[in-house]
Design a protein around this ligand. Structure first.
Ligand code: ARG
Length: 572
């Protein structure tokens, strides 16, 4: 079924057409203030202006075209020519009941399901994943979950940075500076250390820098010893990444890193040259854009003077490979905002090359420390993701111990994991992704406010109502009486009906914070309802409706949190 908002939009747009002969959107949105109604149509003023007509008169003519028997709402004209709609409580009750029978909570699949590739996380091999990669991982995972829920076919792809100049340095470092014991203990940390040591030493030691270049060239020619070493670096990095993804409950369908495309790069450059999209410039090969555009300001290099290929070349080859392999209608890239120009240039080049799929760059801002600068350890190093997750669990455990000392050690560990990891993810997803945000342990672990623990707690609380009342097997029956009489009951039900529109808007804008806000508002409405009305001691004729509201709130919370990649617990 369409969402209420879509239905009101459709009917009001038809009424505008009938009243004015103009095809114009009704622009129906949830009302900002429930005092004035539940939805508001704002589109009439623009039509009146274009027709030089009095907007209130036009609004009168439009509502005269609305059919009361067809609409689930009453309405009134307000202000200069808005229409305010108020949902009918009986209709609301019946709709909730229908939703309760649906596994998808009343959300229709997308009208045109697509095949969508999502390229996210993509850390660089031989370096540990730090907080900069966390946003890509968390956001990309949430988007893939939402798109799957909407019925799309999603291919998640981890485009690892597993090829490039760092390997020459790593090979030299491995042979000259390796601390074997440290490497066995924490291979990524030791690889990072030797990489930095070679980097630092080669600024004064030209011979070392030459050796790194030689080893890289040998690797690229397929030298057996260097290839074996590169494989080893790949393997230990991959194991470390997998451990983190397991903790985060993030899965990839494909791990096609940059190295996978290496054999295709020469022919990509050749094809682009033949098509006249790329040409030599000062010895290098560049893609050219119309001169007066923003894109032309920095050259888009696809081959260097020495013949080496670049990040951009790989990305072009990747688009071609994905087009042939997955035939996607859409490819989404999730990286930080500093890569915006790269992707704009890439997308324009791909289009000229003949690729017609939709290409989207979903970018995000930085995570800041308490000082408002990009977050760092006390020693000024980037914070490692593993250490961040450890600390989240540790802090959550301390809270659980204090709140619920009766839990066994194993139960406490589970709650600490679910709450700690959930809190870190939610702190990221509740932000408008394009803004930088300040990281604060106290804020993200708070039990009230817009946090994961608040939502997880609301869920667990509802589950405990069912346990306490002996309703563990409670199920909504399709013929049960539903009567939404109290304002808190109605407000909670109305909030639930917004879920479908939130997901549609999220899919359009790639903004999971819309879903986070929906869940926060839902939990808040639930708490208001629960403070005002008893459920277990409700009068007999009111109890079924209230159990239905509880059950559906829990299902929306669980489903919504799951779409954000966050787990829930039956008890906390
Ligand atoms: N490895 C890159 C980085 O850490 C991100 C790759 C994003 N994906 C892509 N197809 N360019 O910045």
């Amino acid at each position: 079924m369409p969402t209420v908002q879509q239905f009101l939009e459709e009917k009001t747009t038809q009424a505008i057409q009938a009243a004015s002969g103009t095809t114009a959107p009704a622009i129906v949105k949830p009302a900002a203030n429930p005092k004035f109604g539940d939805y508001q149509a704002n589109g009439i003023m623009a039509v009146a202006k274009a027709r030089k007509q009095n907007p209130r008169q036009l609004a009168e003519a439009v509502v005269a075209q609305l059919n009361p028997a067809e609409l689930p709402a009453s309405w009134e004209i307000a202000g200069p020519g808005f229409i305010n709609f108020r949902l009918d409580p009986d209709w609301l009750g019946q709709t909730l009941l229908a939703i309760a029978q649906d596994d998808h909570l009343g959300v229709d699949p997308a009208a045109n399901p697509e095949t969508i590739v999502i390229d996210f996380s993509a850390p660089n091999v031989a370096k540990s994943m730090h907080v900069g990669h966390i946003r890509s991982t968390i956001l990309g995972d949430a988007l893939s979950r939402v798109l799957r829920f909407r019925g799309h076919t999603v291919e998640t792809d981890n485009h690892l940075g597993d090829w490039g100049t760092q390997f020459g340095m790593l090979i030299v470092g491995y042979r000259s500076f390796l601390d074997r014991a440290a490497y066995e203990q924490d291979p990524l940390a030791e690889m990072e250390r030797i990489y930095k040591e070679v980097q630092a030493t080669s600024t004064t030691d030209a011979a070392l820098a030459d050796r790194a270049r030689e080893e890289l060239a040998k690797l690229q020619r397929g030298d057996a010893a260097n290839t074996a070493l590169w494989r080893e670096f790949m393997q230990v990095s991959r194991q470390a990444f997998e451990r983190l993804y397991a903790r985060l409950n993030v899965h990839f369908d494909h791990w096609l890193g940059e190295s996978f495309y290496h054999p295709m790069l020469a022919s990509v450059v050749q094809e682009l040259r033949e098509k006249n999209l790329a040409r030599p410039s000062e010895g290098a090969i560049c893609i050219f854009y119309d001169e007066d555009t923003e894109l032309a300001k920095t050259p888009f290099l696809i081959q260097k003077q020495d013949g080496a290929f670049l990040y951009a070349t790989t990305d072009l080859a990747t688009i071609q490979y994905r087009a042939e392999t997955f035939r996607p209608q859409r490819i989404i890239y999730v990286t930080d905002g500093r890569q915006q120009l790269h992707f704009r240039q890439l997308f324009a080049a791909a289009q000229s090359w003949g690729h017609t799929m939709t290409l989207e760059h979903v970018w995000f801002g930085a995570i800041l420390g308490a000082d408002g600068k990009p977050i760092k350890t006390r020693e000024g190093q980037p914070i490692k993701l593993a250490a961040l997750l450890d600390e989240a669990e540790e802090r959550a455990r301390a809270i659980v111990q204090e709140k619920n000392p009766g839990l066994s050690a194993t139960e406490q560990a589970t709650v600490a994991r679910v709450v700690g990891i959930g809190a870190v993810k939610y702190a990221d997803l509740m932000q408008n992704r394009t803004a930088d945000y300040r990281f604060s342990w106290d804020k993200l672990l708070a039990l009230d406010g817009n946090t994961a623990p608040y939502l997880q707690y609301a869920y667990a609380r509802i589950r405990s109502i069912f346990r306490k009342g002996g309703f563990t097997a409670w199920q909504p029956a399709s013929d049960m009486p539903v009567r939404l009489l109290a304002p808190e009951e109605q407000a909670l039900a109305k909030q639930m009906l917004r879920f479908g529109d939130v997901l549609i808007e999220l899919e359009r804008s790639y903004k999971p914070n819309l879903l986070a806000n929906f869940l926060y508002e839902l939990a808040t409405q639930f708490n208001l309802f629960y403070q005002a009305h008893s459920v277990l001691k409700a009068p007999q004729d009111r109890q079924p409706t209230r159990l239905l509201l509880c059950d559906l709130t829990a299902r929306y919370l669980k489903t919504g949190l799951d779409l954000l990649g966050i787990e829930t617990l039956e008890a906390m």
